[in-house]
Design a protein around this ligand. Structure first.
Ligand SMILES: Nc1nc2c(c(=O)[nH]1)N[C@H]1C(S)=C(S)[C@@H](COP(=O)(O)OP(=O)(O)OC[C@H]3O[C@@H](n4cnc5c(=O)[nH]c(N)nc54)[C@H](O)[C@@H]3O)O[C@H]1N2
Ligand SMILES: Nc1nc2c(c(=O)[nH]1)N[C@H]1C(S)=C(S)[C@@H](COP(=O)(O)OP(=O)(O)OC[C@H]3O[C@@H](n4cnc5c(=O)[nH]c(N)nc54)[C@H](O)[C@@H]3O)O[C@H]1N2
Ligand SMILES: [Mo]
Length: 765
């Protein structure tokens, strides 16, 4: 970084984890919680009899005997279990017009919602109403819609299996498959790409596979911040001497070195474990080029090795026995030129070949990836090229090898498993028909981007949100906010106030719900819910804290109440379900046979794994084979003029998606601010700009239209890949057009926005 002093910008030299992490937890606890509540909450995270951490979807080690320390898990827990409250008195004191001017951090930092509230136009405030009245209003509005497809049922991935199952049941009995959900903005490229490749839209590895791999590749995810418990896994892999090869445009500290807070020696001596054995700063959007380059190397060396009478670098027996499409892939790779690969990847042929050689040397390889792969205009192709690379050496379907999409929200995978999908398959609809005796709709519904467009165009009039902050998470806030202001009814089931709640529909209702940490008592006694992690492990979660207020209801109970208010002749036994969630689980089992003996198996500590055929080398595709699939050429998506940079949007260390815990990003050396753009010194110099300069960022859009832009950001010279720039999410959404998404999966291109940067213009008079 340059010598010039810029407020809030410095170098962070320490490893990930360590005392810095412990200090951050102490701070989170101090700021949010009363001491008793905190200790009781933190010691129950991810314990067999405790609750599932709402922080991320990384699995728990088999035998969790001690509390696995995780800074960001602790922040997620303290944020939910806070002693602060957003009460009717608070709402009476602040008009919505005033709240709109607050920072996102300030809104949520008021604490937990305590009462059902509805917007009152006369006073421009939210005012209390009874649960009964709220439900009546919702039921009346839903019954008044001329077409059930004018209602959107949004889900954020924190919802439990039980809540999500009831929610999809309600929507389907009501008559729509409009299920926009956070997964559409997240791992949808995985859900669309992998079934075509290997017959299942989920990861194939288990946590135990990490004990057996002999090479590990990481593409586009930041475990130090977003799945910190993965650092313990990576550390063990590194300590076994296994190469960990990283492709990421940013130097992420958690992928570089880690001091394990559980390791007294590391903590007391200040030592750390090196994580990445090699770190390649690939250009933003350059992963397809890297993957193709690695596969090209395999082709070339395979021939040479065989010619020399040695074992080749490609597993032809596996390919012949298990796959189709290899010849087309070979032809595609032969056509792809190294100069195009190098330009697109921003890496040399020698670099890519070195990575490929490490891959070829290993017998059991895992590839882990995150949003750096999926959130691109070619996200599905990215995912499928990873599958190709693995299939070329038979690295899917046996111990120590496989593909590992690192999921986001703690139950985003489970929500999809239990029916949150806008494209139901026959088995799902048959299951519902058989168990419940109503006819579920076949027609495809809306995903997240389509839902916002439908609302914008007046084709949808009602938005129900089971958690989340859709307006802020979605691309192009100007367009999205304006769309949502046209709704007839917006209903938010939420724990905390956020900006989406403040975008007023003709009628806006907030319904406060219990969080993961809290006791959920129904007529049948205390209840537990279930979740599925990134590795298809399903286990129970039961909170123990006293609820944040006496009026809070559980998510399943709220969904059931909305259904009863809307569907007087419902065929579903809503009341019985809420008395005892075991009955919901029995119904899940009836609709989805993979949940056989659900209630029995989920009571075993640690839970059980849902079947993933590809983990056993069984390909659940129409022709029962795995498929090599092609990506477009590398020259086709040249975007914009010469001075174009590619912007990616990232999470800071102090946020959970749109929830901003604080304004610091410790590992990247940023303190007290988020209005920065990370850029390579050479890219600054080429534009006559300097570290610390105020700049404007303009998206390169359709010629002749006003560009999406953000103004007055501070340039931070940073060792990011040249030609790439990075900003924080959600601020960066102001540069992403609604139309800019993967054509195959609909995933917005949050991580490949062509932009231009300019010295800041003074604000218009
Ligand atoms: N504390 C915390 N935990 C979280 C979340 C959170 O916000 N905070 N969010 C949760 C959710 S919903 C999700 S989906 C996950 C997200 O977890 P990640 O997938 O780690 O999410 P991002 O912060 O978006 O980081 C993406 C990483 O990809 C890199 N990257 C960006 N563009 C590219 C590219 O083109 N190629 C490559 N190879 N790399 C690239 C970035 O430098 C960054 O390191 O985390 C979950 N866990
Ligand atoms: N530019 C850019 N945009 C992105 C991304 C990116 O990387 N870059 N990432 C995308 C990704 S991966 C995702 S997953 C989406 C996230 O999109 P969402 O899932 O919609 O957003 P969150 O910020 O996770 O939602 C936070 C809100 O959830 C509510 N909440 C918290 N806990 C609970 C609970 O237990 N129950 C209920 N009912 N409500 C609760 C609170 O009110 C809180 O304000 O954003 C996407 N948007
Ligand atoms: Mo996500």
């Amino acid at each position: 970084m340059s010598e010039k002093k810029v407020p809030g910008v410095s170098d962070y030299e320490a490893p990930a984890g360590g005392w810095g992490a412990l200090g951050a937890v102490a701070r989170a606890v101090r700021e949010q919680m009363a001491p008793m509540r905190e200790t009781r909450a933190l010691h129950r995270v991810n314990q067999p009899t405790g609750f599932d951490c709402p922080g991320c979807a990384w699995p728990d080690p088999k035998h969790t005997s001690s509390f696995e320390f995780c800074e960001n898990g602790a922040k997620a827990v303290t944020w939910e279990a806070t002693s602060k409250r957003t009460t009717p008195e608070f709402f009476a004191q602040h008009t919505v017009s005033e709240l709109w001017t607050w920072h996102d951090h300030a809104l949520e930092n008021e604490g937990r919602l305590t009462h059902p509230m509805a917007y009152d136009q006369a006073t421009d405030t939210f005012v209390e109403l009874s649960w009964n009245e709220a439900m009546q209003r919702i039921g009346t509005a839903l019954r008044a819609q001329p077409d059930p497809n004018m209602v959107e049922f949004y889900t954020s991935g924190r919802a439990s299996n039980e809540a999500a199952f009831l929610y999809q049941l309600f929507a389907r009995e009501y008559g729509t498959n409009n299920f926009p959900d956070c997964s559409n903005m997240c791992h949808e490229a995985t859900s669309v790409g992998l079934p075509e490749s290997i017959g299942v839209g989920k990861g194939t590895v288990t946590l135990e596979d990490f004990d057996h791999c002999d090479a590990l590749f990481s593409f586009g995810h930041n475990p130090g911040t977003n799945h910190p418990r993965m650092l313990s896994t990576l550390r063990e892999v590194s300590l076994r001497g296994v190469p960990i090869i990283v492709f990421n445009p940013m130097p992420e500290r958690g992928l570089e070195r880690f001091t394990a807070p559980q390791d007294p020696v590391e903590m007391l001596t200040g030592k750390s474990t090196t994580i990445a054995s090699t770190y390649y700063k690939v250009k933003v959007g350059g992963d397809v080029a890297v993957l193709k380059g690695m596969m090209k190397y395999l082709l070339d060396t395979d021939e040479a090795e065989r010619a020399a009478g040695r074992a080749g670098t490609i597993d032809h027996d596996f390919i012949a026995a298990n796959t189709t499409g290899f010849d087309a892939l070979v032809a595609d790779l032969r056509r792809t030129r190294w100069d195009a690969i190098e330009r697109k990847a921003g890496l040399t042929r020698a670099d890519i070949e070195a990575a490929a050689a490490a891959y070829a040397k290993a017998e059991r390889v895992i590839v882990a990836y995150g949003m750096g792969i999926t959130q691109h205009s070619h996200g599905t192709e990215n995912v499928q090229q990873i599958a190709n690379l693995l299939l070329m050496r038979g690295n899917i379907g046996h111990e120590g090898a496989g593909i590992c999409p690192v999921r986001g929200h703690s139950n985003v995978q489970g929500d999809r498993t239990v029916g949150i999908t806008e494209k139901p398959n026959k088995a799902l609809n048959d299951g519902i028909r058989k168990r419940f005796g109503f006819e579920p709709p076949d027609m495809h519904g809306h995903d997240a981007v389509e839902a916002v467009k439908a609302i914008r165009d007046g084709r949808s009039r009602v938005l129900l949100c089971l958690g989340g902050n859709l307006a802020v998470a979605m691309s192009d806030p100007a367009a999205t906010f304006a769309a949502m202001a046209k709704l007839d009814l917006a209903v938010h089931i939420a724990t905390k106030l956020n900006r989406s709640h403040l975008i007023l529909a003709r009628e806006s209702i907030l319904l406060p719900c219990l969080g993961r940490t809290e006791l959920d008592v129904q007529a049948g006694g205390p209840q537990s819910v279930t979740v599925e992690d990134s590795m298809s492990m399903v286990h129970a979660s039961a909170g123990r804290l006293k609820p944040a207020g006496p009026l809070l209801k559980s998510e399943p109970a709220i969904v059931a109440a909305m259904a009863r208010a809307t569907l007087p002749d419902s065929k579903v036994e809503w009341e019985a379900f809420i008395e005892d969630y075991d009955r919901i689980r029995d119904a899940i089992e009836a609709v989805f046979p993979i949940f056989e003996r659900f209630n029995e198996r989920v009571r075993v500590p640690g839970g059980f794994r849902l079947p993933v055929a590809a983990s056993d080398g069984v390909w659940d595709t129409p022709d029962k084979r795995a498929h090599f699939l092609l990506a477009r050429g590398l020259d086709e998506d040249k975007s914009g003029p010469e001075d174009t940079l590619t912007l990616t949007t990232l999470r800071s260390h102090d946020q959970y998606n749109t929830t901003i815990y604080g304004m610091d990003d410790r590992y990247r050396g940023i303190t007290g601010r988020r209005d920065v753009i990370f850029i390579h010194a050479s890219d600054l110099a080429a534009r006559g700009l300097q570290h610390g300069d105020l700049i404007d960022v303009e998206a390169v859009g359709k010629p002749g239209t006003a560009p999406l832009a953000v103004r007055g950001y501070t340039a931070v010279a940073y060792p990011i890949a040249e030609g790439s720039v990075a900003m924080y999410y959600p601020e960066g959404n102001a540069l992403v057009a609604l139309e800019s998404h993967d054509a195959r999966s609909g995933t917005p291109s949050y991580k490949s926005v062509p932009v231009r940067i300019l010295a800041a213009r003074p604000a218009a008079p």
